[in-house]
Design a protein around this ligand. Structure first.
Ligand SMILES: N[C@@H](CCC(=O)N[C@@H](CS)C(=O)NCC(=O)O)C(=O)O
Length: 340
C-alpha cells in the first residue's frame, strides 16, 4: 500500500515537474524567435504610455517594455505596443496576445492569484485621488456627498470609490467610461463634478483640459496603487527576466550608474558595479541572457531615476516629485534586492 502511494506520489511529482518544464522558457524563446517583444500598454496616458502623431510611444510604462527588449534582444526599439483598455488588459495577457502587460496596473491580491498572473514589481507607487472643477469650491473629498463621479470601468478605482463613499456615509452617482480620453472628455463637458483615478493620472489627464488651471487635485489619497509590470503564471524564467530588468534599473541608480557614465562604469573596480554591468560573474547567464543584459538596459533606457525624470519628473508637463518613488536611500521606498 505504502509503495503504491509512494509511486503515485512520485508520478504526480513527475507529472507536475514535466508540465512546468513544458511551460518553462516558452516566452523567452518566443520573443527571441520573433525578434520583437509584444507589450500591452494603455490607450494613451501622458507620462505613462502615450503615442504621438507618428505612432511613437513614450512613457515610464513604455520604457519598462523597452528595458525588457534591451535585456532580451539587445534592442530597446524591438517592441510592438498593443494599446489596451482597463477591461481588455488581463485577457490579452492570459490569452498570450502580449508577452508583458505594462499599463499602470495596480498589484492586488486578487489579480496576483485568481487571474493566473504574476506582478513582477512596482515601477510607480501611486494612490487614488480626485480632480474637481475649481469653481465648485470644494477643498476636501469629504465635501463630495451627492457628487457625480467620472470613472473608468474595470479598474481598482471603481472599487475604492465605492468603499470610500460607503465608509464616509456619502452618496455618489458614477458616470462610467472605457478609456481615459472618454473619461476626461466626460469631465471637461460637465457630465460629472469629479474625476477620480490614480493621482499621477490626474496630473496627466489635467494636461488634456483646455484650461488645466480650471481644475484642482484634492489633497486626499484614498488607496495604495502600486503599479507594475505583469506576466503570466507558469513561466518562471520570463517572470525573473521582467522582475530583474526593473531591479537592475533601480540598482543602477543606487550605484550611480547612468546612461551617460556607463563606459566609465564598465572599468569600475566596485564588485557590485562589476556584477551589474557584467564585467564579473554570470548574472546574465542565470537569467538565460547575455552577460551585458543590464548594461544594455542602462545604455538604451537609463537607470530608474533617468526613466522617472524623463517621463513624469519635474521637467515634464506632469511635474511629479520623486516622493515615494525616491530610492530607499533618499527617503522613498524604491528598493531592489541585490544583484549577486
Ligand atoms: N491602476 C488602476 C487604474 C488603471 C486605469 O486603467 N486607469 C485609467 C484612468 S483614466 C487609465 O489609465 N486609462 C488609460 C486608458 O484608457 O488606456 C488599475 O490598475 O485598475
Amino acid at each position: 500500500m505504502k509503495r503504491i502511494a509512494a509511486a503515485l506520489a512520485t508520478g504526480v511529482a513527475t507529472l507536475a515537474l514535466s508540465s512546468t518544464a513544458a511551460l518553462a522558457d516558452e516566452t523567452l524563446d518566443a520573443v527571441t524567435e520573433r525578434g520583437e517583444l509584444v507589450c500591452g500598454v494603455s490607450t494613451g496616458l501622458p507620462g505613462f504610455s502615450n503615442p504621438d502623431d507618428s505612432g511613437n510611444w513614450t512613457g515610464i510604462d513604455v520604457d519598462v517594455c523597452r528595458a525588457v527588449a534591451a535585456a532580451v534582444l539587445g534592442d530597446a526599439d524591438a517592441v510592438k505596443f498593443v494599446p489596451l483598455t482597463a477591461k481588455e488588459r488581463f485577457t490579452a495577457l492570459q490569452s498570450g496576445e502580449i508577452d508583458v502587460l505594462s499599463r499602470n496596473t495596480t498589484w492586488t491580491l486578487t489579480r496576483d492569484t485568481s487571474l493566473g498572473l504574476n506582478f513582477t514589481g512596482t515601477n510607480y507607487y501611486d494612490g487614488q485621488g480626485f480632480l474637481v472643477k475649481k469653481d465648485l469650491g470644494v477643498t476636501s473629498a469629504t465635501e463630495l456627498d451627492g457628487a457625480s463621479v467620472c470613472i473608468q470601468s474595470g479598474t481598482t478605482t471603481e472599487l475604492n470609490l465605492a468603499d470610500y463613499f460607503r465608509f464616509q456615509g456619502m452618496e455618489y452617482s458614477p458616470v462610467v467610461f472605457d478609456t481615459s480620453d472618454q473619461t476626461v472628455q466626460g469631465f471637461a463637458s460637465g457630465r460629472c463634478d469629479v474625476l477620480t483615478s490614480d493621482q499621477s493620472q490626474l496630473y496627466a489627464l489635467r494636461t488634456k483640459l483646455d484650461n488645466p488651471d480650471s481644475a484642482v487635485v484634492l489633497p486626499e489619497v484614498i488607496s495604495k496603487e502600486p503599479l507594475g509590470p505583469v506576466v503570466r503564471q507558469g513561466d518562471d524564467q520570463w517572470f525573473n527576466i521582467v522582475k530583474w530588468t526593473l531591479f537592475a534599473q533601480i540598482n543602477a541608480e543606487e550605484l550611480g550608474i547612468t546612461s551617460e557614465n556607463l563606459d566609465e562604469m564598465m572599468e569600475s573596480d566596485n564588485p557590485s558595479i562589476k556584477r551589474l554591468v557584467g564585467t564579473e560573474g554570470d548574472m546574465g547567464e542565470k537569467l538565460g541572457l547575455s552577460s551585458d543584459w543590464a548594461a544594455k538596459i542602462v545604455a538604451q533606457v537609463g537607470n530608474y531615476g533617468e526613466m522617472f525624470e524623463r517621463n513624469v519628473g519635474m521637467d515634464t508637463p506632469l511635474q511629479i516629485e520623486r516622493g515615494l518613488n525616491a530610492l530607499w536611500t533618499n527617503g522613498g521606498i524604491q528598493y531592489a534586492p541585490p544583484i549577486r
